[in-house]
Design a protein around this ligand. Structure first.
Ligand SMILES: NC(=O)c1ccc[n+]([C@@H]2O[C@H](COP(=O)([O-])OP(=O)(O)OC[C@H]3O[C@@H](n4cnc5c(N)ncnc54)[C@H](OP(=O)(O)O)[C@@H]3O)[C@@H](O)[C@H]2O)c1
Length: 343
């Protein structure tokens, strides 16, 4: 089998996880990653044997313990597809500078505007619509979480309208520059960008979102109120979430009461880096009022989009269908086979 040759531009929170995930796929080869500043992440990439290609103006040559394989241009000339995990707006600039002139396929991340790509992507929602495309955007961690659960609910009960509030972590755990440290900061924009972003994947969902940032680094939490076309029951909704891939129902009765316990659970089950790629829904917080379905879900911002990037690679390279790719990715990354009981 000819392996898909993948390069990664940017090696931060998302890039280093996508790199590890690619190395676990038997149909992909990680050709290399780009390095810019000298830091522990690049030193770790080197120790893992990952070839490092420099971005001009940020020479790592001569730094102890780092062998440079070439420049970003050298990396681009060796790959079938790039996963761009640079900070927001840099991906859009890289598209103009590097990917368009080279006619290279590229995946962007959720920090970029939807217009950077031909389509926005969540594997279990719209894989087929993104097949073979040159530019695809894996949507943000929050939008990925909303799309996974709303798509399942829409398929089973039909959605009339959704109201959701995002309680967002202030920074990633390693990030000492961002905040808030001691405040709750509302997003003074209505709707918050998350609602329109969901519609870039699920255009028929009527959704209105609000958001705020809080003083935590562990996860985001969403409260969702969904008016359904068919009256749901709590039992049906819990069964639906239990049987949907990349969603995990967690239980207050087993003392998973908060994002802190979810992160501890992820470490206890042996997930790499203590990541929780599944969207976690508290069983006790699923409720029904008439035709309204309510739930609370937690999103591990650093990891829920990693499996999406892997599926987007196969989708854009047209090597596999949605179900086969999702299952293959799940098994390689240790994500349970929920919703694939027949396999
Ligand atoms: N972090 C999250 O929770 C999260 C979740 C979902 C989606 N996303 C999205 O994923 C993308 C990346 O976010 P991140 O959190 O992984 O960022 P990050 O941790 O800051 O990492 C960004 C990486 O890109 C590199 N970089 C910066 N400027 C570059 C340039 N001009 N060319 C090439 N590489 C460059 C950085 O190198 P240096 O270290 O040298 O600066 C770093 O390695 C963003 O669109 C973000 O919105 C983030």
């Amino acid at each position: 089998m000819k392996k898909i040759k993948v390069g990664i531009v940017g090696y931060g929170t998302i890039g280093k996880r996508v790199a590890d995930a690619i190395m676990l796929q038997d149909d992909m080869e990680l050709v290399g990653v780009t390095g810019r500043t000298y830091n522990w992440k690049i030193r770790t990439a080197h120790r893992k044997g990952i070839p490092i290609y420099v971005v001009p103006g940020h020479e790592l040559d001569g730094k102890p313990g780092i062998n440079i394989a070439g420049t970003i241009e050298d990396l681009l000339s060796k790959v079938d597809i790039i996963v761009d995990t640079a900070p927001k707006k840099v991906g859009a600039a890289n598209k103009e500078t590097y990917y368009i002139p080279r006619k290279l396929k590229a995946i962007f991340q959720g920090g970029e505007k939807a217009k950077v790509a031909e389509a926005s992507f969540v594997a279990q929602c719209n894989y087929d619509a993104c097949k073979g495309k040159q530019f695809v955007r894996v949507v943000s961690c929050n939008t990925t979480g909303l799309c996974r659960t709303l798509h399942a609910v829409d398929t089973k009960f039909g959605i009339k309208e959704v109201y959701a509030t995002m309680v967002r972590r202030g920074a990633d755990p390693w990030d000492t520059d961002s905040g808030p440290i001691n405040a709750i900061v509302p997003v003074l924009e209505l709707p918050s960008h998350h609602g329109p972003d969901v519609q870039s994947v699920l255009p028929k969902i009527a959704i209105f979102t609000t958001a705020m940032s809080v003083s935590t680094t562990l996860m985001h939490v969403h409260t969702v109120t969904c008016e359904c076309k068919r009256t749901p029951t709590v039992e049906e909704a819990v069964e639906l979430f239990n049987n949907t891939t990349r969603i995990r129902v967690v239980y207050n009765e087993s003392q998973v009461k908060s994002t802190a316990e979810i992160m501890e659970l992820a470490k206890d089950i042996g997930a790499p880096r203590g990541d929780m790629p599944e969207i976690c829904i508290w069983k006790e917080a699923v409720g029904c009022v008439g035709n309204k379905l309510l739930w609370i879900q937690a999103i591990h911002q650093e990891s829920d989009v990693i499996c999406e990037n892997i599926d987007a690679i196969r989708c854009m390279m047209n090597t596999m269908g949605a179900e086969e790719s999702i299952l293959k990715t799940n098994r390689a990354l240790g994500i349970p086979d929920r919703g694939f009981a027949e396999h």
